[in-house]
Design a protein around this ligand. Structure first.
Ligand SMILES: [Zn+2]
Length: 131
């Protein structure tokens, strides 16, 4: 399991057009993964060498973009920790609190089986997690 720093280095080299093969047969730049694989391994993660296919649309994130994503991750992690601490003081299996990140409505559910908490803010692209 790579650590956070290794993940960030990998993410820094990853193409901005990459989309999980679980989400589609092509990337966001409409490059078909199967067609690309006929020429070698996928170049989407910034790997280089003779075994890696060439992609005319490969465009890795900039250092500034990677740093902004890291800052967003840290902020969201902190806000999720604050939300979890607030939810743990409440009883029941469902409810809502004020979102620590945007002050919108953050709905939560606590599993009766393992007490894990799922949270989802009403604001698009805000906090959302599953323990
Ligand atoms: Zn929110």
């Amino acid at each position: 399991m790579p650590n956070r720093k290794e993940l960030m280095i990998r993410e820094d080299r990853q193409c901005r057009h990459f989309r999980s093969i679980l989400e589609g047969k092509s990337c966001h730049a409409e490059i078909n993964y199967s067609d690309l694989r006929k020429h070698g391994d996928l170049p989407c993660f910034g790997d280089t060498g003779d075994s890696i296919a060439k992609c005319s649309k490969h465009q890795p994130y900039t250092l500034e973009e990677t740093q902004a994503k890291e800052e967003k991750f840290r902020t969201e992690f902190m806000h999720i920790s604050i939300a979890l601490a607030a939810i743990k003081t409440l009883s029941g299996t469902v409810g809502s609190i004020d979102c620590p990140q945007c002050q919108g409505k953050l709905s939560w559910t606590r599993s009766t089986r393992n007490k894990h908490i799922y949270g989802n803010c009403e604001t698009p692209d805000c906090l959302r997690w599953m323990q």
